[in-house]
Design a protein around this ligand. Structure first.
Ligand SMILES: [Fe+2]
Ligand SMILES: [Fe+2]
Length: 135
C-alpha cells in the first residue's frame, strides 16, 4: 500500500500563501516517506525542517494578525512539533539508519491532525470572521 499523502483542495485554509506552503509540505513529506532511499533520510529531514521553520513563522504571524482566538495554543503546537522533528533528526543521525515504521506513522498522523484538522480550523475562522463568508 502506498504511504504517499495526497493533497486535497478540501484541506485548504483559503489563505493562498499558507496553502501553497502546505502543498509543498505534502511534497516534502512524500519524499521523506519514500521507502526506496534510506540514505537520503537525513538530508530530506533537513529540507523538511527548513521548510517547516519558514512555514510556521509565516503562519504564526498570520494567526496573530487576524486575532485568532487559539493563536497562542496553535503557535505552541508548532514549537513542540519542530522540537519533535529535531529530535527525530538527531536519532536518525545517531543510528545512521532510515525511519522506523513508527516514525512514518507519526509523521502521517501529525499531518492529518495538525495540517488537515487544526489548520483548517483557523481557515474556517478566517473565512467566517475576517472575510465574512457564510459557511
Ligand atoms: Fe500550517
Ligand atoms: Fe499550524
Amino acid at each position: 500500500m502506498s504511504e504517499a499523502l495526497v493533497w486535497r483542495e478540501s484541506y485548504a485554509t483559503g489563505v493562498g500563501l499558507l496553502d501553497d506552503q502546505h502543498r509543498e509540505l505534502v511534497r516534502l513529506i512524500n519524499r521523506l516517506l519514500d521507502p526506496g532511499d534510506d540514505i537520503a533520510v537525513g538530508a530530506r529531514l533537513d529540507t523538511l525542517l527548513a521548510h517547516l521553520r519558514r512555514h510556521f513563522e509565516t503562519e504564526n504571524v498570520f494567526l496573530r494578525a487576524i486575532d485568532y482566538p487559539l493563536a497562542e495554543e496553535h503557535i505552541r503546537e508548532h514549537t513542540m512539533q519542530l522540537a519533535e522533528l529535531i529530535d527525530l533528526r538527531r536519532t536518525v543521525a545517531r543510528a545512521a539508519q532510515g525511519l522506523s515504521a513508527d516514525d512514518r506513522a507519526a509523521i502521517r498522523h501529525w499531518f492529518f491532525n495538525h495540517v488537515v484538522a487544526e489548520d483548517r480550523r483557523f481557515g474556517a475562522y478566517y473565512r467566517r470572521v475576517i472575510c465574512g463568508a457564510a459557511e
